[in-house]
Design a protein around this ligand. Structure first.
Ligand SMILES: *Cc1c(COP(=O)(O)O)cnc(C)c1O
Length: 249
């Protein structure tokens, strides 16, 4: 059964986020059509994803393999959906995220590329990935160190079933007293210049996945082509729910 009130709320939030993206893009002379909204649905039930889909969302992000798999399976009937895996990924879980309807945002090391390559080859898929960059050298964040990114992209370029389409980052949390957007802007600018350098050699390296609920405008101002928005689409995360309640059958 659909919960009409919850549906309306998600539709209203989707609309508001769309307006924010359009305003932020217009402010820097960009087209909103060049910015993909990835609705990060982690911890929210399948019914919430369906509500966002009805409100126009076609890109969904998850950060845990098990939750990613169960939601992608439960929602296999929705057409034109792209699933975005945005969390840390272990090599032995590579198979779970391989697919032509998937973009993996969190590739950060050679071993993971090798695992994705062999799974993608077996599945006869050209796996689209982004390289996650730890722009702030933040020990709490995943991602490849800045000085290793070029080597990692060069390595991926030699793999037959891997296609690096861009870069992703999560900047460090702001120091107390600093606005998230102000704190993040220099990191977003750094990711963009890294992307620009790589793109000169690898034209398919185009995407910049950066910006979340608190700092999407700053990311768009610095060239984001994908913003990953969770809270402002789905509301507060339901981390307290037992995992069985996360995915309704
Ligand atoms: C949860 C998450 C987001 C969304 O965060 P919000 O602040 O809720 O918008 C974006 N990116 C990644 C990698 C995440 O894990």
């Amino acid at each position: 059964m659909t919960d009409v009130a919850a549906d309306d709320q998600i539709a209203a939030r989707m609309h508001a986020v769309g307006q924010r993206i359009a305003t932020a893009a217009a402010a820097v002379g960009r087209s909103a059509a060049d910015i993909t909204l990835v609705a990060v649905s982690k911890t929210h039930p399948v019914s919430a994803i369906e509500a966002a889909y009805r409100a126009g969302a076609r890109n969904f992000g998850e950060n845990r393999v098990q939750e990613f798999v169960s939601k992608r399976t439960a929602l296999a009937g929705l057409s034109n959906v792209t699933w975005h895996f945005v969390g840390r990924l272990q090599r032995n879980k590579a198979k779970a995220v391989v697919g032509s309807d998937v973009l993996v945002h969190s590739v950060d090391r050679v071993e993971l590329l090798d695992a994705l390559q062999s799974r993608a080859e077996a599945a006869e898929v050209n796996q689209r990935v982004l390289v996650q960059v730890n722009v702030g050298d933040d020990p709490a964040k995943g991602g490849c160190e800045v000085h290793r990114v070029a080597d990692l992209v060069a390595y991926a370029d030699g793999l037959s079933n891997i296609r690096v389409e861009g870069l992703m980052t999560m900047p460090p949390l702001p120091e107390p007293g600093f606005a998230p957007a102000d704190a993040a802007a220099p990191y977003f600018a750094q990711l963009r210049s890294l992307r620009d350098e790589l793109r000169a050699r690898y034209p398919q390296v185009r995407e910049l996945s950066m910006g979340m609920s608190a700092d999407a405008e700053a990311a768009i101002a610095q060239g984001a082509t994908m913003v990953r928005i969770g809270t402002d689409v789905f509301g507060a995360r339901r981390d307290n729910l037992p995992s069985s309640a996360e995915v309704t059958p």
